[in-house]
Design a protein around this ligand. Structure first.
Ligand code: AMP
Length: 221
């Protein structure tokens, strides 16, 4: 099963991606997580990416594509994958098609999570993530941690993402509209777009995704 999660920042790609990955036993590949890890490790790629990520801008397509070319060579993605945050532009989507063709593979579905701008802003400015990189994400309003400032999953300290300030969030939403939203038509014209209402509880959204996959006959793995 090869899936892409598409949607504005804050639409739930990371959280739902984690759930899909667990249910279907496929790896979740998040370009945002990979880039943040490179930045934290101070690698040359991280140094280049940091200039863009901190400002809410997209990292250049050639940088992301060569990073994904390496990632998709790893053996764990042989069983399939759920991509979260990639592709984010038409050149990236075209690049992904070429990368997959090298494995004689194609995408099964592109899941677009639909969330209103008001809810996106609320989610991102209230978002706290685990600083120990266990991947857990909380929201002070809709999904608070049991103990303030502490990760329910691993006990790590919760932190706010540097790019979740209101000003950067607005910029990221504009970047999404300009560069990423055109992918909706790109994948619709290929007949693999699945639009899912991304508002409501986490379980409601997960159930909608699973129903959509089942209706399309996209089998497990
Ligand atoms: P995310 O965690 O998906 O919200 O990504 C955080 C930031 O990482 C974005 O605002 C971009 O600066 C960068 N980023 C993540 N994925 C990509 C991508 N596919 N192309 C370009 N930049 C990306």
């Amino acid at each position: 099963m090869r899936l892409v999660l598409l949607g504005a920042p804050g639409s739930g790609k990371g959280t739902q991606g984690m759930r899909i990955a667990r249910t279907h036993a496929i790896p979740q590949v998040s370009t945002g997580d990979i880039l943040r890890a490179e930045i934290a490790a101070g690698t040359p790629l991280g140094a280049k990416a940091a200039q863009f990520v901190g400002k809410g801008l997209l990292v250049p397509d050639d940088v992301v594509l060569s990073m994904m070319k390496e990632r998709l060579k790893k053996p764990d993605v042989k069983v399939g994958f759920v991509l979260d945050g990639f592709p984010r532009s038409i050149p990236q989507a075209e690049g992904l098609t070429v990368l997959l063709a090298a494995f004689a593979a194609d995408l099964d579905a592109v899941i677009k999570l639909d969330v209103s701008k008001r809810v996106l802003l609320e989610r991102m400015t209230g978002r706290w993530v685990c600083g120990s990189n266990c991947g857990a994400v909380f929201n002070l309003r809709s999904n608070p941690p049991q103990k303030e400032g502490v990760c329910d999953r691993c006990g790590g300290r919760l932190v706010q993402r540097e790019d979740d300030t209101e000003e950067t969030v607005r910029k990221r939403l504009n970047v999404y509209e300009a560069s990423t939203a055109p992918l909706i038509d790109f994948y619709d014209s290929r007949g693999i777009l699945m639009i899912v209402d991304g508002e409501g509880t986490l379980d409601e959204v997960t159930a909608r995704i699973e129903r959509g996959l089942a209706e399309r006959g996209i089998a497990r793995n």
